[in-house]
Write a protein that binds this ligand. Structure first.
Ligand code: FAD
Length: 399
């Protein structure tokens, strides 16, 4: 049925590959067609193929890895094409599962925010407060009392703005969150769901790590290599630079796993689900280090971008040059962030109900379920979907 096998490396190294004909119109040539070769699709492809199924995994992009894709640029620097991806999880199961496909390097992420002419740690911690207000807070209790003195009493917390003001008060809200959130989402925090900022942590100690998860690591040879190891096995055929629309009517498999936007699958028949997009400007700088932290945030609305990442912190690469990336949020472009507003959730719920009526397709991943998920959460969701599919098919022994 498939004339050539695609190359998991994608990009320039990819060979021409096209689905050309169906050998047996009666029986689909694959057990599963997976649309999207990001974490959701690739984990499912690996699990299903390892359980003995024939899988065709496709992506409209010319590479595997989805938004976690990384590559060496023309200067030989490892770059994350779709913005910085830092792996962190509390799940031992997810960490051990991915460890089959990569070695790791320990990496603790740190972020500074450019505020009032200073570079201050975020999440806001004791150092942030001492430096911003020229204080000498020296204990958790003193810092907690200071934050409490700043916090606003808000009767019912309804929006993202309420959450932050209730925690840190108006001044810190304006300095660190207001402009950043407006740029990031194109909406004022008062118009956004409280879930956007519900997990915004503040620290009363001087721990300046961005994440506190048990496992904080980066794939030693990059994400793309990890995806290649995951997909390079019998039973998996890869079809890159191919949109689902090109495969939809070919009856390639009896079950489709769709990790693209759920509204697109249904031809937007219940309306379009809004996404926030990003513009990434990658630059090589001809010196070893560019900035004082992996990521520097720019909350001010006078600056169009939200943050600058210097990839060498993440990748651990030694190189005489360094590569940086400016991120500027925008309305149009690739769908990156589902916009967390109640009316959008209401549309998604209708699509979800429609999806439940179809037994020959499963929706997975953050576009398939219209939810901002971190990589580990998507891996967890894909592993759970695999178990469900196997149970439905009565293959309990293969789990
Ligand atoms: P994706 O990676 O988006 O993969 C979906 C794939 O489906 C895409 O490759 C797309 O081309 C393909 N596709 C869609 N529609 C079609 C179609 N019709 N036909 C064919 N192919 C199609 N998570 C973290 O844990 N840590 C981080 O630091 C982090 N940073 C992030 C930074 C940014 C800027 C962004 C945008 C996300 C970040 N994430 C991070 C989240 C992470 O990217 C996601 O959790 C993860 O990529 C989701 O995997 P997925 O497979 O669901 O989706």
């Amino acid at each position: 049925a498939i004339e050539h096998r695609g190359h998991p490396l994608g990009g320039e190294k990819r060979r021409e590959n096209r689905v050309v004909s169906i050998a047996n119109p009666g029986k689909p040539p694959f057990d599963y067609l997976i649309v999207g070769a990001g974490f959701a699709g690739s984990v499912l492809a690996e699990r299903l193929a390892s359980a003995g199924h024939q899988v065709l995994i496709s992506d409209r992009r010319s590479h595997v890895g989805g938004n976690a894709y990384d590559y060496y640029n023309e200067d030989g620097l490892l770059v994350h094409k779709y913005g910085p991806h830092i792996f962190h999880t509390n799940s031992e199961e997810i960490f051990h599962y991915l460890s089959r496909f990569t070695q790791w390097r320990a990496y603790e992420h740190r972020v500074l925010s450019s505020v009032n002419g200073q570079l201050l740690p975020v999440p806001i911690n004791r150092t942030t407060l001492n430096r911003l207000y020229d204080l000498r807070l020296s204990s958790d209790a003193e810092t907690a009392a200071f934050l409490l003195s700043k916090a606003q009493a808000i009767e019912t917390i309804q929006t993202a703005k309420d959450v932050v003001r209730a925690q840190v008060g108006d001044e810190l809200y304006e300095l660190f969150f207001e402009g950043y959130t407006r740029k990031q989402w194109g909406f004022d925090p008062s118009e956004l769901d409280k879930s956007v900022t519900a997990r915004i942590p503040t620290r009363t100690n001087d721990d300046d790590r961005y994440f506190l998860d048990t496992f904080q690591v980066m794939p030693l040879h990059g994400y793309t290599r990890m995806f290649e190891n995951m997909l390079d096995r019998p039973g998996i055929t890869i079809e890159l630079a191919t949109d689902f629309e090109q495969l939809r009517d070919l009856r390639l498999a009896s079950h489709t796993i769709f990790t693209g936007p759920i509204d697109e699958y249904f031809d937007f028949r219940l309306g379009k689900l809004p996404y926030r997009s990003l513009n990434f400007l990658h630059q090589t700088i001809d010196r070893e280090r560019f900035q004082d932290a992996a990521v520097i945030n720019f909350p001010s609305e006078d600056i169009p971008y939200t943050r600058i990442t210097e990839y060498k912190y993440l990748t651990g690469q030694s190189h005489p040059k360094t590569s940086i990336c400016y991120e500027t949020p925008c309305a149009d472009g690739d769908p990156y962030y589902p916009i967390p507003r109640p009316e959008n959730q209401a549309i998604y719920k209708q699509y979800e109900a429609l999806a439940k009526q179809q037994s020959d397709v499963s929706f997975v991943g953050r576009l398939g379920t219209y939810k901002y998920y971190n990589m580990d959460q998507v891996v967890g969701q894909a592993l759970a979907t695999f178990k469900r599919l196997m149970q439905q098919a009565g293959h309990v022994d293969q789990m």
